[in-house]
Design a protein. Structure first.
Length: 478
């Protein structure tokens, strides 16, 4: 089925496509649409794919897992090759990815369940770019997916949830035609985003708490390895979900890959003020039920203990804030929460140069947007160590006065704001207690005086005979 989806396509020549009846007029689209010949044969099978995925997810339910035979009780666990690829131990499983080389029944079953699970999501992920607009017109496919899978998401681990985000959801969003955003992408995100925000926030809170209470000596090496694996899986899931939100908000398309690899290639480290929202991003921010979990996910990712996810989230935060402030859709509590998340991100990732620069710019522009609307933001700033009321007052007078603000250079504005938030910017422990030594009136290094006498060749009046060396010899010389 996956091979049919990937190999079947319409002719590249438009004239040949018209003659072969590959071009159809669909009422929802203003222009003719190219149709895949395999669509009418593949579409009825999507319901079976959803049922297979539902069955695989139901194996994680406690009442179902209790009925599994003891010999296969670990069949749902992550396989050895997949674990090795996550932890980077490729040498131990260089040939273990081949199913035929695994002789143990348990390993065969693990590979089989993993293969079926991934291939099902690859089929769904490849349907968008391969089958085209006709696939998105089939509303029953999305309804079946939401009703079958989403009620069971809480029961599956992170490594089973990743294909849903990385393979299916990202490709589904990227290749959806703009005319069908409201009937396809918005219902999908309305069911997915609130759950992902709750799941990721709870897991990061548990990880932060365990990092604070972890003892230096580990009693069980296997338990420690399992904890490292779970933490790495959660980081990968977080990054992939933030990538999905960036695709949603900014509509950035890159290499269209639906087999599980990255779907977009972009520079996440670009300055936040140079980022813009896409058509889908504007649509989501106008949806009062959908934009809170999306915006909270992006703002919370700024302070999660993952520098990569924080960098990726900054690219969509500022344009989203500008849009919401312009349409007056942000309340005072929401503005305080977003600004506090930015400051917490500075505190956690301040020692990282890239993160610190992006978060500082985001904090500066956020304060400029929020301060005229919410004067109570001053209380948040005064809680920063080293931030005095007089300094903050001078900075507020500068940014609140539009005429004066235009005359102030951007560098001076950044320097003043840096002095205000410097107490919250995190530093490496090796730099926290550094004693900077500054020697005033340091004498200049001794440099020998240059010889002022001109050289022999510099004096044009003296003839040193160099030109005579190149004169032609006299003819009377034998």
């Amino acid at each position: 089925m996956l091979a049919v989806i990937k190999r079947s396509t319409w002719p590249s020549d438009m004239d040949v496509a018209r003659k072969g009846r590959f071009v159809r007029q669909i009422p929802r689209f203003g222009t003719p649409v190219l149709c895949n010949p395999a669509t009418k044969f593949i579409t009825p099978l999507f319901r079976s794919i959803c049922l297979i995925l539902r069955m695989l997810m139901s194996l994680w339910l406690p009442d179902v897992s209790a009925k599994i035979s003891v010999e296969y009780s670990k069949a749902n666990e992550i396989s050895g090759p997949e674990k090795a690829s996550i932890l980077g131990n490729y040498s131990h499983y260089s040939e273990a990815s081949d199913i035929s080389s695994n002789k143990q029944p348990l390993e065969r079953m693990q590979n089989f369940l993993t293969l079926v699970h991934d291939v099902c999501f690859q089929i769904l992920g490849s349907a968008g770019p391969c089958l085209g607009n006709e696939f998105y017109c089939q509303s029953e496919v999305l309804e079946c997916l939401i009703s079958s899978l989403f009620p069971l998401l809480h029961s599956i681990p992170d490594y089973r949830l990743r294909p849903l985000i990385r393979i299916f959801a990202k490709g589904y969003v990227l290749f959806c035609p703009p005319e069908l955003y409201e009937v396809t992408v918005v219902p999908l995100l309305t069911n997915l985003c609130p759950y992902m925000l709750k799941r990721l926030s709870q897991k990061w809170a548990v990880m932060d708490q365990s990092a604070e209470t972890k003892s230096d000596v580990c009693a069980n090496e296997d338990a420690d390895n399992q904890e490292i694996l779970e933490e790495q899986l959660h980081r990968m899931l977080t990054r992939e979900y933030i990538d999905l939100l960036v695709c949603v908000m900014q509509g950035k398309k890159g290499t269209a890959v639906a087999d599980g690899r990255d779907v977009m290639e972009e520079d996440f480290a670009a300055a936040p003020q140079n980022q813009f929202l896409g058509e889908l991003g504007h649509l989501i921010l106008r949806n009062r039920d959908l934009f809170p979990p999306v915006l909270l996910s992006l703002s919370s990712a700024l302070s999660w203990n993952d520098s990569t996810a924080s960098v990726r989230a900054t690219s969509s935060c500022l344009p989203s804030i500008k849009q919401l402030v312009a349409e007056q859709m942000l309340g005072e509590d929401e503005a305080h929460h977003i600004f506090v998340c930015v400051l917490m991100g500075l505190q956690r990732h301040g020692q990282n140069e890239v993160n610190a620069s992006l978060l500082f710019i985001l904090a500066l522009h956020s304060y400029e947007l929020f301060r005229p609307l919410y004067p109570s933001l001053v209380r948040v700033m005064l809680q920063i160590p080293g931030c005095s009321f007089d300094q903050l007052k001078r900075f507020d007078e500068m940014i609140l006065n539009e005429n004066h603000s235009r005359l102030v250079s951007e560098k001076r504005k950044k320097d003043m704001f840096r002095n205000l938030v410097n107490g919250v910017i995190g530093k490496n422990i090796s730099m926290m207690f550094r004693n900077e030594i500054r020697i005033k009136n340091l004498p200049s290094l001794f440099r020998p005086a240059r010889n002022s006498r001109p050289g022999v060749l510099d004096d044009g009046t003296m003839d040193v005979g160099i030109c005579k060396l190149f004169d032609r010899p006299s003819e009377n010389i034998p």
